[in-house]
Design a protein around this ligand. Structure first.
Ligand code: CO
Length: 134
């Protein structure tokens, strides 16, 4: 069912500093900061030869990563994104296997313009998994 690792997302308390670290200290190619008001985050994508890192910063008062950053004030790995060919088929198979899908279960358009869903971390051994239709 799952295909490539699309990205690893890291929530950070200071997005500008994290972007500068990946660009200037690690020598990676990084995107500009993009505000994603419909998701309550600001994102930077770090391009690696085989995958991406998504740096997530808070945007607004109701950011979905605010609680995570309160628990992890230095930042930390927030989720992994795995590609699937057909997101609704993947959702239905996972539900049939007892995995909880977060929210209403209808795919939303994610930060990369593709349909995404999140799986309950308690059903995935403590890791928030994002599925993205590739
Ligand atoms: Co993501």
């Amino acid at each position: 069912m799952i295909g490539k690792l699309n990205h690893v997302a890291i929530a950070v308390p200071d997005l500008e500093a994290a972007r500068a670290f990946y660009r200037d200290v690690l020598g990676a190619s990084v995107s500009e900061i993009v505000d994603q008001p419909e998701h309550g985050v600001r994102t930077v994508f770090v391009e690696l030869p085989n995958t991406k890192i998504e740096l997530l910063g808070v945007l607004g008062d109701a950011s979905p990563i605010a609680g995570f950053l309160a628990r992890n004030p230095s930042g930390g790995i927030h989720h992994l994104c795995l590609e699937v060919e057909d997101i609704r088929a993947a959702r239905d198979q996972l539900r049939a296997r007892g995995v909880r899908v977060l929210g209403e279960g209808e795919p939303k358009i994610g930060a990369h313009g593709k349909p995404v869903l999140f799986l309950h971390p308690k059903d995935a051994f403590g890791t928030l998994l994002e599925l993205e239709q590739a």
